[in-house]
Design a protein around this ligand. Sequence first.
Ligand code: MN
Length: 296
Amino acid sequence: MTLHLVTYDRGGREAVGALVDGGLVPLDAFIETLPAAPWSGAMVRLIRGTLGKPGALAEAVAKGKPEAFDEATLLAPIPRPARNVFCVGRNYAAHAAEGYAARGVAPVKIEAPEFFTKAPQAVVGQDATVPVDTALTQAFDYEVELAVIIGKGGANIPAASAMDHVFGFTVGNDLTARDLQRRHGQWFKGKSLDRSCPLGPYIAVREGGQGHPDWAISLTVKGEQRQSSRTSMMVFDVPAILEQLSRGMALEPGDIILTGTPEGVGYARKPPLVLAAGDRIEASVEGLGTLRTRIA
Ligand code: MN
């Protein structure tokens, strides 16, 4: 059975547990036995502490006693990553094509993954409220993405063994101010506004032997479907992304990588759609649950 790990607020403290049969097995006591991980929370301590110990986590979960769990206490799986969230741009051909059409520019052949980042402080979790300042942006947009959580770190990771470096997966929503993305040349400003990186609801721990996933990926706004594709449609699959991102730059346990969004984003639609106060967004990936976000 796939392990589903959550980070949640337990009496004002960041705690980690496993979702089991509608309840939750607290893993605090298990995590206390693992070496402390500076600059990181409980989830990264768990990820680091169980590297190279297959079965230790599953055993701790099996030994635990499920408790009632209040979903309202959920935090992002890694609420404050130790460094920026890595992202890949234009990684679905149909999304790249809709962008060229919307901007009236000629298609570019994508030779290598386009990397950019979002600040750690932009990360929020399930049922986050995200403000949109219409004096700042008139083009706030959504992007459902498969998020990869790194387990074993390392530089120069070959694609052939890259999946062994994946601890698990969650859902991401790469909220983007399109007008700022373009105005400032580099994408960082438009991609990194406060609370613009919803992640969650849980991490599905990768199972041994699992390769690049082929999962349904979709997003709705106010209940209306806006994006629908499969993760097998990526231009650069997860092994290729990890190989290229890790060249000369070591990945670390707990690093988060957003792998790009499929077609259907708001700005490329006819007429274009812009997120507005009151909008409810549901971003889903098969097997990873639904990440809910509200625009305020
Ligand atoms: Mn994106």
